[in-house]
Ligand binder design. Structure first.
Ligand code: Q46
Ligand code: ZN
Ligand code: ZN
Length: 325
């Protein structure tokens, strides 16, 4: 297979676009496509500060890399979850993230270690909250969302960017569609506007890239990322849907992309508008972050912050690597 632009050996053939490209032209195409998505969905401008949630995996490091290449003001946030129970996942992902940040001196990497800050790792708190039976994903998801929102608010980032790719988005879309979870469908989008000064705008600049496309970008650019996914993700429902969707894609190239884009078109035409409930937000009485019910927010309740006798805000201990602001 030859590159369409220069006839060199192609590193990737994208059947859905009928496009094969060599390494150099692929990187150029990938960066330009990202910028086009940022503009098309009005994600952010070069004047806005963007916080990229980085996990050490290919998608988030590739996203940070592309945003810096394009000249956006993009800093990173790594959340140390302490997931080293089944494999040294968190230790290795931190190492990869730090190594990437060290090569990009123009950007800042914020690190929030959950155990250092709140006293327990994610597997420990999950074990406690589920009396030893449950998976850590709901405690983990709640904690990550909270820390991202909180740090973005405190450090004045207008935008929070995540590396979700098309495969991630389509797997979630399929789950939500099979259960007709209209509220979730109404809120699944490349951009979620900010609804409160403490909640940054959420954006997914890679939402139209297949997973193999972000992986190819990371490989061609020589980004050293953690190959293994979190050990708790193995065998989960999302991965099951990804396998099904890959079978569909094999039979019908472009099926995933059109499923997603047609959904966005229907959504854009207001198909789910009536289900887009805007919750009234209250201020958490302990940490001050927005919450849907009065009193303590779900995060402070789970971590038992602000129990009787304690006072003040939940304090985050944060390490900043790289350029100081
Ligand atoms: S939620 Fe669950 Fe992920 Fe947290 S415990 Fe691992 S798999 S990292 S996206
Ligand atoms: Zn070429
Ligand atoms: Zn709170």
């Amino acid at each position: 297979m030859r590159c369409r632009k220069c006839n060199e050996t192609a590193v990737i053939n994208m059947r859905q676009h009928k496009l094969a490209l060599c390494g150099e032209h692929y990187v150029e195409w990938f960066v330009a496509q990202t910028d086009r998505a940022i503009e098309k969905y009005k994600m952010f401008s070069r004047d806005e500060r963007v916080l990229v949630a980085v996990s050490g995996g290919k998608d988030s490091l590739a996203l940070w890399d592309v945003l810096l290449t394009l000249g956006y003001q993009a800093d990173g946030l790594y959340i140390g979850l302490g997931i080293n129970d089944k494999a040294p996942y968190s230790d290795q992902s931190l190492e990869k993230t730090r190594a990437f940040a060290a090569q990009h001196a123009q950007a800042t990497l914020h690190i929030v270690d959950i155990a250092d800050t709140y006293g327990k790792t994610i597997p420990q708190i999950a074990m406690e909250k589920t009396r030893g039976h449950g998976k850590p994903c709901s405690a983990c998801g709640l904690t990550k969302r909270y820390v991202m929102n909180r740090l973005a608010a405190e450090k004045d980032y207008a935008v929070l960017a995540t590396g979700h790719n098309l495969d991630d988005e389509v797997a979630v879309l399929m789950q939500n569609t099979l259960r007709w979870q209209t509220g979730y469908l109404a809120r699944q989008a490349p951009v979620l506007p900010s609804t409160n000064p403490h909640l940054a705008k959420k954006v997914k600049p890679f939402c139209r890239f297949y997973e193999r496309e972000t992986a190819t970008y990371a490989l061609v650019r020589g980004i050293d990322y953690i190959y293994e996914e979190c050990p708790h993700a193995v065998g989960n429902l999302t991965n099951f849907y990804k396998t099904l969707l890959n079978q569909l894609e094999g039979q019908s190239p472009g099926a995933k992309l059109s499923f997603y884009l047609e959904f966005l078109r229907a959504r854009g035409e207001g198909a789910f508008e009536q289900f887009n409930r805007v919750d009234q937000l209250h201020e958490c009485e302990v940490c001050g972050q927005p919450t849907t019910s009065p009193g303590r927010c779900a995060f402070c309740r789970m971590w038992e912050i602000g129990q009787e006798g304690e006072s003040g805000r939940a304090g985050e201990r944060e390490t900043v690597v790289g350029r100081l602001q």
